[in-house]
Design a protein around this ligand. Structure first.
Ligand code: PEP
Ligand code: MG
Length: 752
């Protein structure tokens, strides 16, 4: 060690590169590396601990400790000083390690005679792959320079680990990263199963030469890449997001600020000066941002750190001259793996994908909505998937239970294929029911409609055998764009929807935005509780321009055909009366201007707040139809946020309180002659659909893929018997009728 207790990292990295380039198995390389580091740093001990699996670290090479302990000494992440470095991803510097808090005595290593301890994480893109340790007998704290020097070496070891430089044969050898099977249980985004190969939305960057020959050249490469990055951002700003006042615009402006951040640039330059290649210098910053990210609770700050992460990815792509996945070819049977995805990006991939796995994402996110619309199985919140998966890895996706098997064992794959075969069989039997009515054995017929929102949905109308579109979510078209669509554009789109429906009815729901559905080009209002805030019809009535434009587009698209319009989130009679009169006024205006008006107009309301169920009779008489938006209605009925994983599954839809409420709505609509249907997600679940029918509903609207399974069940049951089962369960004090219904079906050997 030099007198100033510094480390000449450039010389050390140079030697390290020479040593790594020499022939030999992974173990020999590791041994050479520890010897070299110990010598260069004047340390009596240098050890490398690598992750054996998710929770275990193993001593893989050492200079100075007992060689017998190599591949014998193991510890859990979080255990002892080494385990704590791995857990926190932060260095630990101790002058008297054996007496430090958390020290774990491991007699087989003989380390108790070494007082000073410095451990740094071997970390790559926020993932700790191991721990690099130096130790000395004399008690002292290591200097800042030494810590920095060891961190730089650890970066190189991380890159080399990723490249498989330390893998070797036999039990004692380490398996290469990304080779072992990886299982993750996420959350169901869209049901369905798929077997395919991984397509990473953003490829892993593998850096073949982490140590640079000439820092000046690397510095220049970084400068050129940073210039290109700023130009790229400016280009995006000028092209797509000309409209100021949009969130995207703000994000891009933030990107540009980050790209010019002096601290960021300085830190990367310092890493290059210490001997790292430009790419590794970028990654080093990205890694530390990710560790910070993991500790940040504030949602806004997390978003900003995300931006920084995306920016580093862009910079790496520029340095490596790479494109992202949407620009590369898409392999057959591709299952897209991404951290998160915008709806527009998913639409670009479109039906070329057979499945999607997101590390983040929420059930109500727009990407989830698009995945549903394209009927692509989707698993969200699959933790660590983007770090584990490599392009072309085999992957099994079970959207029915939210499970993902990456590089599965053959036994798992076999069981999975059996499940897929069973599903395919069931699909065939559903297809055979396409033209048959959903009629129960006691002769009650239930009308089954489908939900839609994108042009991509329309072909399902014929394939599924739906009687019409019971809910057309018009906001999806607005959500996937970066600009407000124009009236002419919308009108052409609605015309195509009605044409594609070939005379089957389509119920257009006017814009339902706000809450979870934020338009990219609308200024976000900071609301304490958006689900209870300024959304849907509330925005429509307060900002009449957009609603008027949409209503005109609908009237023109109908062009003399019947038109059905439904207003979302009506909480009281007046809102409906007002929205309805605006539609009628628009029709009148169009007529006066000489446009062809619809041959027949039906105006309905969505019942999504309990209040509307108790509106005056006159409301029910004025509404041409009512559609129960069960997704929202349920969240308000139980006061349980539909987006919040902690509570969203807490209350069963078949809870007797909710069912009794549905029963009352159905009865009230019946007595006032108002047609009523149910269009929330629950309508597409067979047992729920059966219960709703038993409660008196005669019309349901659901995802096209659910029509088959729901029809299949309804055609097998006696509805009056089902009703008796529900009544008995209710009378006996059951909280939910699910158990009673499932048992009743099982007794008849009906599986659901
Ligand atoms: C509902 O709330 O049930 C509904 C159909 O509307 P959305 O899911 O679009 O809010
Ligand atoms: Mg709703």
């Amino acid at each position: 060690m030099s007198d100033s207790r510094g480390v000449d990292s450039r010389t050390l990295l140079k030697r390290l590169r020479e040593s790594l380039a020499e022939a030999g198995e992974g173990q020999e390389r590791l041994d050479r590396v520890t010897t070299l580091i110990a010598k260069s740093m004047d340390a009596e001990v240098c050890s490398i601990y690598l992750r054996r699996d998710e929770t275990t670290l193993e001593l893989c090479a050492t200079e100075g400790l007992n060689p017998e302990a190599v591949h014998q000494t193991r510890m859990r992440v979080g255990q002892g000083l080494v385990g704590r470095v791995a857990e926190s991803a932060l260095p630990i510097n101790e002058r008297d390690a054996p007496n430090a808090k958390g020290f774990r005595f491991m007699p087989e290593t003989g380390e108790e005679i070494y007082a000073s301890f410095l451990g740094v994480p071997i970390e790559r893109l926020g993932e700790v792959l191991g721990v690099l340790v130096v130790q000395n007998k004399t008690p002292r704290l290591y200097s800042e320079d030494e810590i920095y020097g060891l961190e730089v070496v650890a970066m190189v070891i991380a890159e080399m680990t990723e490249l498989g430089a330390f893998t070797g044969p036999g039990d004692m050898g380490l398996a290469a990263q990304h080779t072992w099977p990886f299982f993750v249980k996420g959350v169901i985004g869209q049901e369905g199963v798929a077997e395919g190969v991984v397509l990473l939305h953003e490829s892993h960057v593998v850096i073949a030469n982490p140590i640079a020959d000439d820092p000046d050249i690397e510095d220049e490469r970084l400068t050129v890449a940073l210039d290109a990055l700023v130009k790229e951002i400016d280009r995006i700003l000028a092209k797509d997001f000309g409209a100021t006042n949009s969130d995207h615009h703000d994000v891009m402006i933030a990107y540009r600020l980050f790209a010019q951040d002096k601290g960021w640039r300085r830190r990367m330059r310092a890493s290059i000066a210490s001997g790292l290649a430009a790419e590794v210098a970028v990654e080093k910053e990205q890694s530390s941002a990710r560790s910070r990210f993991a500790r940040v609770k504030d949602a806004y700050l997390r978003e900003r750190l995300h931006d920084l992460d995306d920016l580093s990815n862009r910079l790496l792509r520029i340095l490596l001259g790479r494109e992202d996945a949407s620009e590369r070819g898409i392999p057959d049977n591709a299952i897209l793996v991404a951290r998160n995805l915008g709806p527009g990006e998913l639409l670009e991939y479109g039906r070329k994908l057979i499945g999607v796995v997101l590390e983040e994402g929420s059930v109500g996110s727009h990407a989830a909505v698009v995945a549903r619309s394209l009927a692509i199985p989707l698993v969200i919140q699959a933790k660590k998937i983007t770090r584990e998966a490599l392009n072309n890895d085999p992957i099994l996706l079970d959207g029915d239970i939210g499970a993902v098997h990456l590089r599965p064992e053959e036994t798992v794959a076999k069981a999975f294929r059996e499940k897929m075969a069973m599903r395919a069989e069931a699909q065939q039997s559903y297809a055979a029911l396409r033209d048959k009515p959903a009629k129960t054995t006691d002769g009650v017929e239930i009308a089954l409609h489908m939900n839609a929102g994108l042009m991509a949905d329309l072909p399902s109308l014929e394939v599924s055998g739906a009687e019409g579109v019971g809910l057309y979510r018009t906001e999806l078209q607005f959500l996937i764009r970066s600009k407000v669509p124009r009236r002419g554009e919308l009108s052409r789109l609605y015309t195509r929807v009605m044409d594609a429906a070939k005379g089957k009815p389509v119920v257009f729901r006017t814009l339902d935005i706000g809450s979870d559905k934020a338009l990219p080009y609308m200024k976000r209002t900071n609301e304490p509780n958006p689900a209870l805030g300024w959304r849907a019809i509330r925005i429509g009535l307060d900002r009449p321009g957009m609603m008027r434009m949409q209503l005109q587009a609908l009237i023109r698209a109908a062009n003399g055909r019947p038109l059905q319009v439904m207003f979302p989130f009506i909480a009281q009679f007046d809102e409906f009366r007002e929205a309805r009169s605006r539609l009628l006024a628009e029709i009148e205006k169009e007529r006066k201007q000489g446009h062809t008006v619809p041959s027949d107009v039906k105006i309905g309301a969505m019942l999504e707040t309990p209040s509307l169920a108790f509106a005056p009779d006159q409301f029910f008489e004025m509404a041409d139809f009512i559609s129960i938006g069960g997704n929202d209605l349920k969240q308000f009925f139980f006061a349980a946020d539909r987006e919040n994983e902690l509570v969203r599954r807490r209350y069963d839809t078949l809870n007797v309180s909710f069912l009794t409420f549905i029963e009352q709505i159905a009865a009230r609509c019946d007595s006032l002659n108002t047609p009523v249907s149910f269009c929330g997600e629950d309508a597409g679940r067979p047992v729920e659909a059966l219960a709703f029918a038993a409660m008196g509903l005669r019309s349901l609207s659901m995802r096209p893929a659910s029509i088959g399974p729901v029809k299949h069940l309804l055609r097998l049951v006696d509805l009056s018997e089902a009703r008796k089962v529900i009544d008995t369960a209710r009378a006996s004090g059951d909280q939910s009728v699910r158990y009673a219904l499932i048992n009743w079906l099982a007794r008849q050997k009906i599986s659901v």
